[in-house]
Design a binder for this molecule. Structure first.
Ligand code: DAH
Length: 341
């Protein structure tokens, strides 16, 4: 056995006396476990004292010293264990408090998508006519010059046919001229070709013009076309129907007036204006179906009469919501669009 100095009991007692304060000062089980290693671990003074017991020759003295060392170790260990359980339970409480779920807090509601104001305006207008018994149809956006112009009695020389107004599609050597429809009116002709009178139909859809974007123009916008053909339809029916529409869409007190206008496919033609937000505003074009259009689609102009109308959906939404710049509707800023739900 190597020569070891005898255990220094005084030093050990001082250690034992100072231990409770050091133990009480620890603030986590990790910190406490480091201190435990220092106080009673293999490299501790207590362990060293135990190892050096053998150097005491006198068995009695060895016994007494051994007991003294043991008393110190037991008292330090008791203080360590007490602190350990106090810290562990405090740490458990803190973890539980951290994890706690307050079930009375308001939940996080997911963002819900809605229809864009242009779509909801279109749906609402279509519904007003569906309630009157109208059918709903849609037609091709790539249209032939025949349906977009000729069938509607629009002459070869009409300025709207120019490339400065109409977007033509290059289909190579096709016999027929193909273009992006400039209005929903071509569906008047297509619908009548497919259906025998009476015909009552609205046609919502996208239309295209060679226009730059500004506060009131866009190269792509939406229209709703209307057509009513029957035995003995009059201008009075046209006015009554569209006045009803205006009241349904803008409110029951809405006044309308009809101002003579010109469209090649209706005769006579008019613009309907409505009084809203303190002023008269032009809403749509309309008129009695030109007999020339009936002839193009094979209806007998002596047997039926009808009226037609066409309106811009963006315009309707802008008038209703007091929007002065069309670009507002084309912006995807949710904070803006949510105002027009
Ligand atoms: N198609 C016309 C336009 O885009 C609107 C229009 C006017 C449609 C009179 C009609 C109508 O059906 O009768 O400006």
């Amino acid at each position: 056995m190597s020569e070891q100095p005898p255990p220094d009991l005084e030093e050990l007692r001082q250690l034992a006396a100072g231990a409770p304060e050091r133990i009480a000062a620890t603030s986590s089980t990790d910190e406490l476990s480091d201190l435990e290693t220092q106080l009673v671990g293999r490299a501790s003074l207590v362990a060293a004292a135990r190892r050096s017991l053998g150097s005491i020759e006198d068995p009695k003295e060895r016994g007494a010293t051994g007991k003294a060392i043991n008393d110190v170790a037991v008292s330090i260990q008791a203080a360590l264990d007490e602190r350990k359980s106090a810290l562990a339970s405090a740490e458990r409480d803190a973890a539980l408090a951290n994890d706690a779920v307050d079930v009375t807090l308001p939940g996080k509601a997911p963002l819900r998508g809605t229809h864009h104001v242009i779509q909801s305006t279109m749906d609402e207008i279509v519904d007003i006519f569906v309630a009157l018994g109208y059918d709903v149809a849609s037609g091709p956006e790539a249209e032939t010059a025949f349906y977009n112009f000729d069938a509607l009695n629009i002459p070869e020389t009409h300025p709207s046919r120019l490339e400065s107004d109409t977007l033509y599609l290059d289909y190579g050597d096709e016999a027929e001229e193909v273009l992006l429809r400039t209005h929903t009116s071509p569906m008047q002709a297509r619908y009548m070709e497919e259906h025998q009178p009476p015909a009552y139909v609205v046609v919502p859809g996208r239309v295209f013009r060679a226009d730059a974007v500004d506060a009131t123009h866009a190269p792509v916008f939406h229209q709703i076309e209307g057509l009513a053909v029957d035995d003995g339809i009059t201008l009075g029916d046209l006015k009554g129907t569209l006045a009803h529409f205006a009241k349904e869409f803008f409110g029951p007190g809405t006044e309308v007036k009809f101002i003579p206008h010109y469209f090649p496919f209706t005769e006579p033609s008019a613009e309907m204006h409505a009084y809203t937000n303190g002023r008269w505003i032009e809403l749509l074009g309309c008129g009695m179906v030109n007999p020339a259009v009936f002839e193009h689609v094979g209806y007998d102009p002596d047997a039926v009469t009808g009226f037609a109308f066409g309106m811009g959906v963006e315009r309707m939404a802008m008038v209703r919501h007091g929007i002065t710049d069309l670009r507002t509707l084309l912006d995807s800023d949710r904070r803006v669009l949510e105002q027009y739900k």
